[in-house]
Design a protein around this ligand. Structure first.
Ligand SMILES: *Cc1c(COP(=O)(O)O)cnc(C)c1O
Length: 368
């Protein structure tokens, strides 16, 4: 048996995460020779006509899925969401008299705020650590700065499994949203944002590329004295090819978008699919009489990362071991929180979630 024919598990990893099978198959089919090119995507110049086609196709598909308005553009960058966290403050908080607001509702938001704090005036508009980051703030819990340079939020907190269901009102400050773990998982109105960014390895492809959706107006703030690579205006001017971009990762993002268009057509449909998967698990948690305890408050539950605990660490270890034996991998919660985390991004098939739900029901019956 060749490795490619080995049985695939249902992979609940938080990231890098499971990819759609048709995407992996197309990568495999084209690995040695791209149709019409005669060489691998790994071997061609990022300035070639063939790569132009690849990056343009990815951008066209992304734009269609997001209903991208003319006011915004798509950039592909390296350095992950972590580098965006540093770039945001250094590019958009250039007026030292200004303050940037950060809504901290989980571990990733905390890291974003810390990067801004190194650079300029950062106001924590909210900090949910007192309730263990179990819910997103309501509008009246926010202490926003008048005339803030921008307001940063984390759309989906991957570790705590909590997700914004509606956008905060920031009184005109551009919203900058880390959507690393829920990008393209539901419909959004791009015009509501100054910037959206998402490392690709959760919902949009593989590690190595970060997708940035940027309001062009914000480019006026980028200072010439910034290192070139760390300046959004430089990437915009270079069409994401100021230097050699992560070409293979961009190719995969294009394939993921093609799969989304073929399989679902629109992000509305993707959102419905994700909600129905998440509901299966949350209904089971709610109906378990306290056997499974969800981390998130009901209104803030993430459709992407379902986080819950069992009665004891021993029972959780047994749950994880038996799940692994039954072909469900990487369900262990983040080390900072413990428990179980099922990451069920776009590419997790319904069958995977159904298999997990059945396993959870059976587990109560045999260990209850
Ligand atoms: C995974 C993740 C990140 C980290 O991305 P890197 O590519 O490792 O820098 C940041 N924010 C959120 C919400 C994430 O889920």
């Amino acid at each position: 048996m060749s490795p490619s024919q080995a049985k695939r598990v249902f992979n609940f990893s938080a990231g890098p995460a499971t990819l759609p099978l048709p995407v992996l198959q197309q990568i495999q089919d084209e690995m040695l020779s791209l149709p019409g090119v005669g060489a691998s995507v790994l071997e061609i110049s990022h300035r070639s006509k063939d790569f132009d086609t690849i990056i343009e196709d990815a951008t066209t598909r992304l734009g269609r899925l997001l209903n991208l308005p003319d006011t915004h553009e798509i950039l592909y960058m390296q350095g992950g969401a972590a580098m965006q966290n540093a770039m945001i403050a250094s590019n958009f908080l250039t007026d030292k008299s200004q303050t940037a607001d950060y809504i901290v509702n989980g571990s990733w938001g905390k890291k974003s705020a810390a990067e801004c704090h190194r650079f300029g005036n950062m106001n924590e508009a909210y900090n949910g650590s007192d309730d263990g980051f179990s819910s997103v703030p309501s509008q009246d819990q926010l202490s926003l700065t008048e005339g803030a340079a921008y307001c940063h939020m984390t759309s989906n907190e991957t570790i705590q499994g909590i997700q914004f269901k509606q956008l905060p009102n920031t009184n005109g400050a551009p919203i900058i949203s880390d959507q690393s773990s829920d990008f393209m998982s539901r419909p959004i109105n791009v015009s509501d944002y100054g910037m959206i960014y998402a490392c690709a390895q959760k919902n949009a492809g593989i590690a190595g590329v970060t997708v940035v959706v940027l309001e062009k107006k914000l480019l006026e703030r980028c200072d010439d004295r910034l290192p070139s690579y760390l300046n959004y205006a430089v990437h915009s001017k270079g069409g994401s090819r100021f230097n050699t971009p992560p070409s293979f990762a961009i190719y995969v993002t294009g394939l993921v978008c093609k799969w989304l268009e073929n399989e679902f057509g629109t992000l509305e449909k993707v959102g419905e699919f994700n909600q129905s998967k998440a509901k299966l698990l949350y209904d089971l948690v709610d109906g378990s009489g306290g056997y499974y305890k969800g981390h998130a408050s009901k209104e803030s539950r993430s459709d992407m990362n379902v986080v819950f605990t069992l009665g004891t660490p021993e029972l959780e270890a047994k749950f994880l071991a038996e799940a692994a034996d039954a072909g469900m991998a990487t369900l262990k919660g983040h080390r900072s929180l413990g428990g179980i985390r099922a990451s069920i991004y776009n590419a997790m098939p319904l069958e995977g979630v159904q298999t997990l739900a059945q396993f959870m029901t059976d587990f109560i019956a045999s260990n209850g």
